[in-house]
Ligand binder design. Structure first.
Ligand SMILES: NC(=O)c1ccc[n+]([C@@H]2O[C@H](COP(=O)([O-])OP(=O)(O)OC[C@H]3O[C@@H](n4cnc5c(N)ncnc54)[C@H](OP(=O)(O)O)[C@@H]3O)[C@@H](O)[C@H]2O)c1
Length: 290
C-alpha cells in the first residue's frame, strides 16, 4: 500500500500539533507546515516522539505571504507527486491586537493568513491532490460564528481600511469566508474523488502563557475563565483526524462538521450561491500570476 501524505498548516501548536500526532499515529506521513523554524523544529521533535512515527517532516511556510506559499508548494511538489490531505489549520488571531497589521504583500494580515492563504495553497496543490486516490481538503472555521448569524463579508472593505478595526470582526469575517470557500470549491470537484469539508472548531484551550506571554493580567484572567469551559486540543483534533482519515467520509463533500463529527449548518448568507460567488471574485482579485 502506498503511504498517504497529509499537510497540516500551523502544526507547531494547539490543535494542529495534536492532529499531527494523531494522524501520524494512523500511519500517514505528516508534513508540518509552520512559519517559524525554531518553533517548528521543537514541535517536530515532540510530534515524532509522541506519535512514535519518523514519517513526520517540517516544511516552512508563512501563510500570510503569497511568495512563501508559492515557494512551499513548489518545494512540496518537487519532492512529492501526490498529496492526500490538506488541512488549513493555521490562523492569525492575536487577541492583543488593537490595530490592523499589514503583511509584506500590503494586505491586512488576518484576511491574508486565514482566508487568502488557504485558497492560494489549495490551488497550487490541486494537481497533487488530483493524483491521490482520494484527496481531501479540510478548512477550519469557528463555532463563534453562531453568535454572528447575520455576519457578512464586507466586499467593499474586507481589510478594515474604512471601518474601525476589531480583531474579533476581522477574525470572524475570515472564518466565514472559509466556510463559503469550502462550499464553492466542493461544487466543481463533486464528480471527482477530491472532497472539501469544513470543521467548526469549538472553544478549545489555548496555552496563553506560551502563545501570549505579555498579555495583561486582566485578559489572562478572562482567558483562564474561558478555558474552564474549553475542550482540549487533543479532543478537537479527533475531528480533524476523522475527516482526514476515516473511510466513513470518503464521499462526503461540501459539509461542515462540529467537534462531535456531526454535520452542522452555517448561516443562510454563507450558503447563498450569489454571495459565495461575490466573495470568491473578491478573493481571486488578490492573486497575482506567478
Ligand atoms: N482555540 C479555539 O478556541 C479556537 C476556536 C475556534 C477556531 N479555532 C481555530 O482552530 C485553529 C487552530 O487554533 P489553535 O487553537 O490550535 O491556535 P494556536 O495554538 O494559536 O495555533 C495557531 C497556529 O497557526 C500558526 N500560524 C499563525 N499565523 C501563521 C502564518 N502566517 N503562517 C503559518 N502559520 C501560522 C501558529 O504558528 P506560530 O506558533 O508561528 O504563531 C500556530 O501554529 C485555527 O484555525 C483557529 O482559528 C480555534
Amino acid at each position: 500500500m502506498t503511504e498517504k501524505i497529509c499537510i497540516i498548516t500551523g502544526a507547531n501548536s494547539g490543535i494542529g500539533k495534536a492532529a499531527a500526532i494523531q494522524i501520524a499515529q494512523k500511519g500517514v506521513r505528516v508534513i508540518m507546515a509552520c512559519r517559524n523554524q525554531e518553533r517548528g523544529e521543537a514541535a517536530l521533535h515532540d510530534v515524532r516522539a509522541a506519535s512514535g512515527s519518523d514519517a513526520v517532516e517540517l516544511m516552512i511556510v508563512d501563510m500570510s505571504l503569497q511568495a512563501s506559499i508559492r515557494a512551499f508548494a513548489k518545494e512540496f511538489t518537487a519532492r512529492y507527486d501526490t498529496l492526500d490531505v490538506l488541512i488549513h489549520n493555521a490562523a492569525a488571531f492575536d487577541i492583543r491586537a488593537t490595530t490592523r497589521a499589514i503583511t509584506e504583500d500590503g494586505i491586512e494580515s488576518i484576511w491574508a493568513t486565514n482566508h487568502l492563504g488557504p485558497v492560494l495553497l489549495s490551488d497550487l496543490l490541486l494537481d497533487a491532490l488530483k493524483r491521490s486516490e482520494q484527496g481531501r481538503i479540510i478548512t477550519i472555521s469557528s463555532k463563534g460564528l453562531v453568535v454572528y448569524p447575520f455576519l457578512k463579508i464586507d466586499l467593499d472593505d474586507p481589510e478594515f481600511v474604512k471601518r474601525k478595526f476589531s480583531v474579533q470582526k476581522a477574525y470572524y469575517q475570515s472564518k466565514l469566508a472559509q466556510v463559503m470557500y469550502t462550499y464553492w470549491l466542493a461544487d466543481p470537484l463533486k464528480n471527482t474523488p477530491i472532497t472539501v469539508n469544513a470543521i467548526r472548531v469549538t472553544n478549545v484551550r489555548i496555552d496563553v502563557d506560551t502563545r501570549y506571554p505579555d498579555m495583561p493580567k486582566y485578559k489572562r484572567r478572562l482567558y483562564a475563565l474561558k478555558s474552564k469551559a474549553a475542550i482540549t486540543p487533543e479532543q478537537m483534533a479527533e475531528t480533524y483526524t476523522y475527516l482526514a482519515t476515516s473511510a466513513d467520509v470518503r464521499t462526503t463533500t461540501g459539509a461542515y462538521f462540529d467537534d462531535s463529527t456531526h454535520m452542522v449548518s452555517s448561516s443562510g448568507y454563507s450558503r447563498d450561491p450569489e454571495h459565495i460567488a461575490a466573495v470568491m471574485t473578491l478573493t481571486y482579485s488578490y492573486f497575482q500570476p506567478d
